[in-house]
Ligand binder design. Structure first.
Ligand SMILES: [Fe+2]
Length: 544
């Protein structure tokens, strides 16, 4: 069943990709495409099937066993090019835990109605059970006609499938549609059809990154993102889908929108000299050169308050051992060519991660792989301003050990992983070194890098991070490639490590995929070969 589902997924994606936007018949083309799953409110009993169609679908629906589940239509019109996107969402509840289900997606005007798209998925196990998940961010699409897209993104999706995880965490910067502002819906479509190869078979749980923030698409620019995903309810009015949590086995997963707290200005930006001029039907005014969409603080503290409530409840729950946080931007990244770390996360959220003993934080944003030692607390006044050398308080996370022995007790400190290694075309696996002392060095944003004029009239730029620090928290950096996937195996029942519960983490990487490797200068190309880079184990005392 799984095999035929995979074949069907591939065949339908190909057909959908070849189809044009023209009207084929009076009733339009309601053929499902971009099909993907997310967890419902309880991953053991509910999933959501989401998809799009080229034109409005008539009676869009999911069939599962003898049940027919009507889809909720959620169309939107892109605020730049004026195209309407037709998306559909079917919530499937009342499922059995740890069970495999087949489903079909169709509509009355599905051109494949005689043989509709089918696939299978598995619900989360009930109670304290072992499971596997995978993660990366910064995926893009395989259509290298789009800015930042690259062929590795197709191999990355295939690789998720090869590990057969229960689900995948996609850590923001999904497809960079906001770097292709006149064609945002087309970029999302290529992204969705590429992901379908895996995301129709297992939930892909996303968080927003800076490249989900789009001009013309809502108060924070998230309309494209929020319309395509149905995510667990955070019960915070006005911010549904922006952040959420879900529970599987002994693990509480917490997904955040770090755009709300970071200093860095890295979302939609018109560099100039021309304005970005939306089509008249959108009603969106022209966006002038030097305009960026900066949303720090947009929730007015609502997200951090929710985070504290959620972490506190998790640690009160005797059946929760692990708390794993997903967000896009980084508290601990020492990429030299990338963005680096951000003081906003360190100020706003790291004290909560300390207080509630968050075990693991998964990021994207810098297109590489970096692992921190477990960190707790902060060193004050150890950073320096890049421009002047003056001392800056970067709140540098303090490692609780610098012995890299492959086993880390995360009840003592939080491990941060940068996993922006999905598949876009800009590898950032070039890391900082302090020329004065040879130590690892990280760039840190401690203030907003809003647009500033260049020497060319009407052309603007945004500066890089304003501060640096010696990255005493940095444990491992992959210099051989910017591409990979992290695989997590949760072992809830203590087998060794002195009666502690454990998670085995293995990073697989795609050596040779860098367009240009910064360490060797070697020119590479997309590759399907992912080999082991490192394995380590997280341990903590079992609750209950
Ligand atoms: Fe990013």
């Amino acid at each position: 069943m799984g095999g035929s589902g995979l074949l069907a997924a591939t065949a339908n994606a190909t057909k959908a990709g070849a189809r044009t936007r023209r009207t084929r018949a009076a009733d339009g083309d309601g053929t499902p495409e971009q099909i993907h799953l997310t967890w419902g409110e309880n991953p053991a009993t509910s999933v959501v099937v989401s998809w799009a169609s080229p034109e409005p679908a008539t009676r869009p629906r999911v069939r599962i066993g003898q049940r027919l589940i009507k889809a909720e239509p959620r169309p939107y019109t892109d605020g730049i090019n004026g195209e309407t996107v037709w998306t559909y969402h079917s919530r499937i509840d009342g499922l059995r835990p740890g069970a495999t289900y087949a489903y079909a997606v169709t509509a009355d005007n599905d051109s494949d109605a005689a043989d509709p798209f089918t696939a299978t998925f598995r619900t989360a196990p009930h109670g304290r059970a072992a499971f596997r998940f995978t993660s990366f961010g910064d995926l893009a699409t395989p259509n290298d006609g789009w800015v930042l897209s690259y062929g590795q993104s197709a191999y990355a999706v295939d690789t998720v499938e090869s590990f057969q995880p229960l689900f995948h965490l996609l850590n923001g910067d999904l497809c960079y549609a906001n770097l292709n502002p006149a064609t945002q819906p087309e970029v999302w479509r290529d992204f969705g059809n590429n992901n379908q190869t895996s995301a129709a078979n297992r939930p892909w749980m996303p968080c927003p990154g800076n490249h989900e923030v789009e001009f013309g698409n809502g108060a924070q620019g998230f309309t494209s993102y929020l319309t395509r995903y149905t995510l667990p309810d955070n019960r915070v009015p006005g911010f549904g889908g922006h952040w959420y949590s879900f529970r599987i086995g002994s693990v509480l997963f917490v997904s955040l929108d770090a755009d709300d707290v970071v200093y860095q200005d890295a979302a939609a930006f018109v560099t100039g000299p021309a304005a970005l001029t939306p089509v008249p039907s959108t009603g969106t005014p022209a966006i002038g050169p030097g305009t960026s969409f900066y949303i720090k603080g947009y929730s007015g503290g609502a997200q951090t308050a929710w985070l504290e409530r959620t972490l506190a409840a998790g640690r009160r729950d005797g059946s929760v051992d692990w708390i794993i946080v997903q967000m896009h931007q980084c508290a601990c990244s020492s990429s030299a060519t990338g963005n680096g770390s951000d003081l906003g996360i360190r100020q706003e959220w790291l004290p909560l991660f300390d207080r509630y003993e968050v075990d693991l934080v998964l990021n994207g944003h810098d297109h590489d792989y970096e692992r921190s030692f477990p960190v707790r607390g902060a060193d004050a006044n150890v950073g320096h301003e890049v421009a002047t050398g003056a001392v800056v308080n970067t709140l540098r996370p303090r490692p609780v050990t610098t012995t890299d022995n492959g086993v880390f007790d995360t009840s003592q400190g939080t491990v941060h992983l940068t996993l922006g290694c999905g598949g876009n075309d800009t590898n950032l696996d070039d890391y900082g070194t302090d020329p004065a002392d040879g130590q690892r060095q990280a760039k840190v944003f401690t203030r907003a890098n809003r647009p500033v004029p260049t020497a060319t009239a009407d052309v603007f730029t945004r500066a890089g991070a304003d501060a640096v620090e010696d990255a005493t928290w940095s444990a491992r950096r992959d210099t051989s490639t910017g591409y990979g996937i992290a695989v997590f195996d949760v072992h809830p029942d203590p087998e060794d490590f002195g009666g502690r519960t454990s998670i085995t983490v293995t990073q697989y990487h795609a050596v040779g995929a860098d367009p240009v490797n910064p360490a060797t200068g070697a020119k590479g190309a997309p590759t399907p070969d992912y080999t082991e880079f490192e394995t380590f184990t997280l341990i903590r005392p079992r609750r209950g």
